[in-house]
Design a protein around this ligand. Structure first.
Ligand SMILES: CC(C)(COP(=O)(O)OP(=O)(O)OC[C@H]1O[C@@H](n2cnc3c(N)ncnc32)[C@H](O)[C@@H]1OP(=O)(O)O)[C@@H](O)C(=O)NCCC(=O)NCCS
Length: 227
């Protein structure tokens, strides 16, 4: 636990130039309090103590304004700067070295069951007020602009901005809207699917022909009688 606290304090010095000393970080950073409480409530949740875990996360929300469901899986060196208004849903998965600012929601869209919240890779930064919704994946080193609403998965090293979130750069190099469309996996050509679909059509047509032929042929029983 001591190691976790030490690591958490170091993360604040890494991500917030305003941090002055260890006591200030331990006493005045709601993001630090929220994640330390979450580490405990997550463990309780996995021991099956769901109500106790929820109570602890509810207490965390009360003192920090940050709501993290105890079921959320959060990697190492996670930091929420400023904190107030952050919501992290039950089936969220977060990699290592992720930074969120105030007002970020990692939530569901309201239609899904089971895994219904986002998965974030390592080194992701999500700007203040941004919403990342649904069972989507943000790759490693993704940066989401303040106030954006992201509802589609984005590849590694993308910068996403706007509503709905659009990839405007990869590895810091600007990309056009056309290039962005190519990133949409849902719109990529699907050769296997197309081949299966044409096979399906061909089989249906062969079955149709066979049915026609068997209707034309004399019944088997009369052949036997003739013999
Ligand atoms: C998204 C972000 C990381 C991009 O930073 P960057 O790599 O320096 O990118 P740029 O500033 O060059 O912006 C790239 C393009 O996205 C646009 N853009 C940047 N941030 C945007 C946002 N939040 N919403 C909409 N568009 C945005 C820029 O206008 C620019 O568009 P253009 O190419 O048409 O001019 C940064 O703008 C951001 O929002 N960071 C979050 C910071 C934050 O929340 N701080 C809270 C402190 S309390």
């Amino acid at each position: 636990m001591w190691q976790t606290i030490k690591e958490q304090v170091n993360v604040v010095f890494r991500d917030d130039p305003a941090a002055k000393n260890v006591f200030e970080v331990l006493l005045c950073y709601p993001g630090v309090h929220a994640i330390l409480l979450h580490r405990v409530s997550h463990r309780l949740y996995h021991w099956g103590l769901h109500v106790v875990a929820r109570l602890l996360s509810h207490f965390g929300r009360w003192v920090t304004g940050i709501e993290i469901h105890p079921g959320a899986k959060i990697g190492k060196r996670f930091f929420i700067d400023h904190g107030m208004g952050v919501v992290i849903g039950e089936t969220v998965e977060i990699g290592d070295d992720v930074l969120l600012y105030q007002g970020v929601t990692l939530g569901g869209t309201g239609h899904e069951q089971g895994k219904r919240h986002p998965t974030l890779g390592n080194h992701v930064v999500i700007g203040s007020g941004a919403k990342v919704l649904g069972n989507i994946v943000l790759g490693n080193w993704v940066r989401v602009g303040a106030g954006s609403v992201v509802v589609r998965s984005v590849p590694d090293h993308s910068t996403v901005v706007g509503i709905p979130g659009r990839v405007v750069a990869i590895k810091g190099v600007a990309i056009s809207e056309e290039e962005e469309t190519m990133l949409e996996h849902g719109k990529l050509p699907d050769p296997v699917g197309q081949a299966l679909s044409s096979l399906h059509t061909r089989i249906a047509s062969l079955e149709e022909q066979l049915r026609g032929k068997s209707e034309e042929a004399p019944p088997l029983a009369s052949n036997e009688n003739n013999n």
